[in-house]
Design a protein around this ligand. Structure first.
Ligand code: ADP
Ligand code: ZN
Ligand code: ZN
Length: 725
């Protein structure tokens, strides 16, 4: 009997074997889609290897294997390189291969859509089908339902329930034909690429970037120093040579402007790929990449799995950004996978940032990556005029010390623009009773509710719960309910009082949800219509506002005392990125950072000596305590509805993992013990090398999966965690 191993999307860390019908033995290759019986339903899976012989002992064993139903591709959908990368990712990130493969395929292909638009197959009702409709309604309601839909309009075959469509076709009630109209998007108008003359610094950096062959370069320069211009310059040459390129960016919000600019530089042939696109648009983009069209893909995380045929180059912009690491399910790092794929096809990689991640700095220190400096400012302290404002004993209004408030007024008075970074949205992170000390907290999480004054609601930022704002204290009945702490709304309100004539704008996820909101705001800031911009993290990301003369940072103290292993490095990146927004035009800039701990050694190091020096200290500290990036770390995260279940499972898991050859520390309760009604805990897993950790985890995983205590627990392995919360 011939069997073929198939990856089917399901949470088990294994593949499934199917019997291969004799007719398919010769044609079946790895990387092809097959329709298979799966439990009591059918599924579409991907073959992992070519069919192989097994010797069957008796009928009982033979009956364990079911034949595959149908082969969907006549050549491998994914090539050997991508298949190898997917299998590597499944092993490295300890995630089920079926889910890994699913992450790499647009939804339409997972449902069975044809590989190319030319091969697309649609289902049409036949005349016999129209005649049979009344009779089918009585005898076969599911067939009738599909016939009714088809009588309205034909549909792509993959959108119809497979078994029902098959019955209809066998009866001649429906038939397959090409799509009714061309589904291909019209090609973008080609324009001659717009040339930009590189500055001397850019030219020097460009000369230092390898043009061919696998190499990873860390391109360091502050926002606006011209990194993107360099990626695009190299990619223009790649496309002209008929090849493909990938530019990974942290956020969808950043893509529209970037796409427009890339089209301008490259003269068309630029496509996007991100979660904001429809299934059909993603499929169309996938097909163009698969067809080997010379083009640049500007995309977020999942674009790293596109089926590049002629990949010439990869650039990862803002490579330190956490959004490159998926935070649930298949927890892969798109940055690291990009490097893996580039190595496989011998393409160069550029990692761009003003504040490279600790992992990347470590890789540079050990000689794996080379550093290319675009802008001296990237190495210097955040700015000569960065000052700490001691907030101790000061009367804060709207989160601002009198000194900060005066500075804002002065800069606006002198015609400058001000950017104020606040690390929380909403009005206040807590609503407290002044008489008895009661505070509004979430019923499902160990967390305070955030008061959103504009919406007049209390929101939990961890589970999304929404409650009305009580008019009096539910505990003692007092009407003295007061806001404690501050968020963006409260800072905005206070600023409007200070500067009644000025336009204050807020940029946080509450106001930026509407499409185009960010683009509008950005235009207003650039046009000088906005005097003060108050916002969260989103202000730190790759935006360049040359009119900003003052940057205020309301507080970063929380990060200094956080139990998250990664909190301080994120804080340093954020401060450096935000501070870099001041004085970019021709006016000198000022940066003010408020703190209650002005003597904190980490803060002093960052302000006195800059991000590089800070990161160097942190790297030494991590190495001394055998933590990443010099030492591997994985977390086994577990959460359960019953209080003790997660911890009980982790206790057993720790034994299993130790027996498999890795160290397991814990169970450690998560910093937020209960979130969205679930109790959370984790194990810290370590071994002398990444390979040793991976071996131990692979050995332990099947036993963990089979353990009865795991059934009441939601658990997952997080390799190279982006946070330890
Ligand atoms: P980064 O990627 O480092 O943030 P960009 O490449 O986006 O920097 O450049 C910032 C701005 O400067 C962009 O508007 C870009 O078009 C412009 N720019 C960059 N290099 C040049 C150049 N050599 N000549 C003219 N404009 C440039
Ligand atoms: Zn009270
Ligand atoms: Zn909650």
């Amino acid at each position: 009997m011939k069997l073929v191993p198939v990856a089917v999307k399901c949470p088990l860390r294994r593949h499934f074997d199917y019997e291969v019908p004799p007719a398919l033995v010769e044609t079946l290759q790895p990387g092809m889609r097959v329709r298979v019986p799966f439990g009591r339903r059918e599924a579409i899976g991907l073959t992992l290897e070519a069919p192989a012989d097994i010797t069957i002992e008796g009928d009982a064993e033979a009956s364990r294997y079911r034949p595959l139903i149908e082969l969907l591709d006549d050549s491998p959908l994914l090539d050997a390189e991508l298949m190898t990368s997917l299998r590597w990712a499944a092993d490295y990130y300890q995630h089920p291969i079926g889910e890994v493969v699913a992450a790499a395929l647009p939804a339409a292909l997972r449902r069975g859509a044809a590989r190319s638009a030319a091969e697309a197959r649609w289902l049409y009702i036949t005349d016999a089908g129209r005649e049979a409709l009344p009779e089918r309604r009585r005898r076969a309601p599911r067939q009738a339902e599909l016939l009714d839909a088809l009588a309205e309009q034909p549909m792509p075959l993959e959108d119809a329930p497979a078994s029902v469509a098959r019955s209809l076709r066998e009866r001649g009630l429906a038939e397959i034909a090409p799509p009714p109209e061309p589904t291909e998007a019209p090609p973008e108008p080609a324009a001659p690429p717009a040339a930009v003359t590189l500055t001397a610094a850019q030219q020097t950096a460009l000369d230092a970037l390898p043009d061919k062959g696998f190499a990873v370069s860390v391109l360091q320069g502050v926002t606006g120093s011209g990194k993107t211009e360099l990626y695009l310059r190299q990619m223009r040459a790649d496309l002209a040579a008929g090849r493909q390129a990938l530019l990974l960016v942290p956020e969808i919000g950043l893509t529209p402007q970037l796409m427009a600019r890339a089209r301008e530089r490259l003269g068309g042939a630029v496509i996007g790929y991100h979660s904001g696109m429809t299934d059909a648009a993603r499929l169309a983009a996938w097909r163009r990449v698969d067809a080997g069209e010379p083009l640049l893909v500007v995309g977020t995380r999942s674009a790293v799995w596109l089926p590049f045929r002629k990949l010439a180059r990869v650039a990862v912009d803002e490579e330190h950004d956490v959004s490159f690491k998926q935070q649930d399910g298949f927890r892969y790092s798109a940055r690291d996978v990009a490097v893996l794929r580039a190595r496989a096809v011998e393409a160069p990689v550029v990692l761009g940032s003003a504040t490279p991640s600790l992992e990347t700095l470590h890789n540079a220190d050990t000689g794996r990556y080379q550093r290319v400096l675009l802008d001296e400012r990237a190495l210097a302290a955040p700015g000569a005029k960065l000052h700490l404002l001691d907030a101790r004993g000061q009367r804060l209004r709207g989160g601002m010390t009198p000194d900060l408030a005066r500075a804002v007024q002065r800069h606006v008075g002198e015609g400058g623009q001000v950017l104020l970074f606040v690390n929380r949205r909403g009005y206040a992170p807590a609503l407290l009773c002044h008489d008895c000390g009661w505070g509004a907290s979430c019923r499902a999480c160990d967390a305070r509710m955030t008061w959103h004054k504009t919406r007049d609601r209390l929101l939990c930022h961890h589970c999304g719960a929404v409650h009305p704002v009580p008019s009096s204290c539910p505990s003692c009945g007092s009407a003295e309910l007061r806001a404690a702490g501050f968020g963006t709304e409260r800072v905005e309100e206070q600023l409007q009082k200070l500067l009644p004539e000025s336009r204050i704008a807020r940029a946080d996820s509450d106001v930026m949800q509407r499409t185009g909101a960010w683009d509008r705001l950005r235009a207003e800031v650039l046009a000088g219509e906005v005097q003060v911009l108050v916002g969260t993290q989103m202000l730190a990301k790759g935006h360049d506002f040359p009119g900003i003369t003052l940057v205020g940072i309301a507080s970063v103290d929380q990060a200094l005392f956080s139990s998250d292993l990664r909190a301080t490095e994120r804080m340093a990146q954020l401060v450096t990125q935000v501070a870099g927004r001041a004085g970019r035009g021709n006016r000198a800039g000022e940066v003010l950072l408020q703190t209650h701990v002005p003597e904190h050694p980490l803060l002093k190091r960052l302000l006195d000596d800059g991000y590089e020096a800070f990161a160097k200290d942190l790297l030494e500290e991590r190495a001394a305590s055998q933590l990443p990036p010099s030492h591997p770390l994985a977390l086994l995260r577990a959460e359960s509805a019953a209080e003790a279940a997660a911890t009980q499972f982790l206790e057993v898991a720790a034994e299993i993992i130790r027996a498999a050859g890795a160290e397991a520390l814990g169970p450690i309760p998560a910093p937020m013990l209960r979130r969205a009604g679930r109790w959370r805990a984790q194990l810290w897993l370590q071994a002398p090398s990444r390979a040793a950790l991976q071996r131990a985890l692979s050995r332990a995983a099947p036993e963990l999966e089979g353990h009865r205590l795991g059934r009441r627990v939601r658990w997952g392995i997080d390799v190279d965690p982006a946070d330890t919360l």
